[in-house]
Design a protein around this ligand. Sequence first.
Ligand code: MOS
Length: 741
Amino acid sequence: MTDGRTEATASVVMDGTFESSLLDVVPTPVVGSAVRRIDGPLKVTGRAKYAAEHHVDGLLHGAFVRAPFGRGRVTGLRTETACAMPGVLALIDDERLIRNGGDFGGDAAPPQGVRDVVYFGQPIAVAVAETFEAARAAAAAVQVEYELEEGIFDFDNALDQAQPPTDDIFGLFQIHSEQGDVDKAMAEAYAWVDEVWTTPSQAHAAMEPHAAIAQWRDGHLTINGSCQSPILARNQLATALAIEPGKVRIQSPFVGGGFGGKLGLMPEIVAAAVASEVTGRPVKVTLSRQQVFETTGRRPATRQRLRLAANGSGCLTAISHETTTDQLAGEIFFEPAGIATHSLYAGDNRMVDHKVVRVNKLLGVSMRAPGEAVGLLALECAMDELAEKLQLDPVELRLRNDPQVHPESGHPFSTRALTECLRLGAERFGWKNRTLVPGSLREGAWLIGCGMASASRGNLFGPSAARVRIGADGRVVIETEMTDIGTGTYTVLAQIASDLLGVPIGNVDVRLGDTDSPASAGSGGSWGAATSGSAVYAACQKLRTMLANAAGIAIEKATFSDGCLTADGVQRQIRDLAGDGMSVDGSAAPGEGNKAYDQCSYGAHFCEVRVNATTGEIRVSRWNSVFAAGRILNMRTATSQAIGGIVFGIGGAMTEEMVHDPRTGKVVNRDLGEYHVPVHADIPEIDVLFLEERDTVANPLNVKGVGELGVCGAGAAFANAIYNATGVRVREFPITLDKLL
Ligand code: MOS
């Protein structure tokens, strides 16, 4: 008991099945409806404060001095001019500045010192001044003396140096798997495909650039940061600074997008922390858009060889997916492009393999659907090519090769509705009306074509906790370190508590993104809603029992709605039952039993494109997608996530390419004027349908991830439509118009 409040804990382990979710017996549920974002008004009125927007008295500003070369050693920093400039307090070239490690960096952050430069634009010092302008001017006035060393800047020319990745990343990504004899199956095939697809480095291009404000007070460090996972950033920062994690607090209540680019410790956080320590004052470090492109992280480039073999009945006999990707020396992340190939289609002879080439380019990190996003470009385009060789409808090819169990492990699938998505998607789109002969449908200058692809994204689960309190006033408060990066976390957590505790959603306050709150799995891997939602579920389940106990009735008889607990026709106000308040720390954890199932979300994309026969200009004109991702918590936010993912996929296939200067590795197109993401004018109305589904294996909410599902396969549907329109197969992404002429 604290202040008269009753406290308890509750936990749920993802083990066994959750056949009877409490969410299914709510009298008038808000879960599943299209509730508007509860944080929406704060955002559209500018009251939601993002990392750089906090006012702090005595604030200083830091600006990076960065390496003007791609590989070598800083031999001297000429700082006299910079330090003599008005308002400049310090020029810091602390070894710790470099200890940012991206999402999987951790203790294995790049091992070099701050003066050992391994990529163009690497931070080597930070100038600290009274104003942002003074800091930036000082940083620009520092003269960097250096000796060049030979670097590897061109992925394509270094493929012969490919080697296996150093780590399977906590077992998340399989480096290599093999069964049967792919070569033999290829030799005996009725029809086969053996081609190479390439994808370039890509930028996350989140709307909010990275920013952090750090303040030391009484031996404790507080950070306002833009983090997808504040706890991960905190732990990495503590390692970087060699201090106790408990002395660091990171707050990220609002995050303007991340897509993986804000997982883990990024350079602005460590720079602000070190600069604040050195100056004894709060310091803000904001990255310019160019700096985000050059010094945070990127999706690695890939070269993927796909081999498919089929018999005369259109059944796959072999699938082989060999990926070479690039990364910075010393980092462990690699792009697991073969990840979906393990389980998407049947076939007896199989291989998935990953190799890496160490290049001198900025850190390779997770980017939305790491693996599937680029891997399905190759696999789903290869399936289209195979269907053509078999003279089979590409939808039919996928239906014929839908496995009943995981084709490698033999594990059952939790729920797998790929075939339903394919059939329903084909019907909604009018797939049977498409033109079969590529390049044969033309309206004036425009060639018209249709394409489709499957979508699949692994459903992951990490430990997550949340505190749910009912105050003496009857208001419900949820506190968790989990973030809302634009995804809808505030709203879906409020919906879950509203339904389970029977209180109006307006009576639920959600407080996110603070490492002083119970730790979550963070916003990543499409697991945010499932993991933090399950923790809230566990807490609410316990609170229901506590309320029933307070009412002196058996929980089995109780219903919770309209702010009341009702049993045997008698209504009691939850506010009254809560007494001086009730608080439960709920937690959710992965379990062994859960590993016996293969869990993925599924979908199917169908689209129509128009290609100008004279200019090569590409227009996406129609799009239908159907997804199956378990229970949908909020139709509005889930649909927005799906649409955002599809747009992401179209961008990745059509325009997005981080161009590195082959002489230095420098990112040439380092802003949104030159790195082209789709805008509204590029995207048609997108029709998204979610199947009614409950995944009773996944978690007590019966949900699976949606955040990264939309991007999976979207680019392949687009590419396949381009082929159908023009008769041109482009296997080198992005499919810019010059490649069609
Ligand atoms: Mo995601 S790439 O796990 O933010």
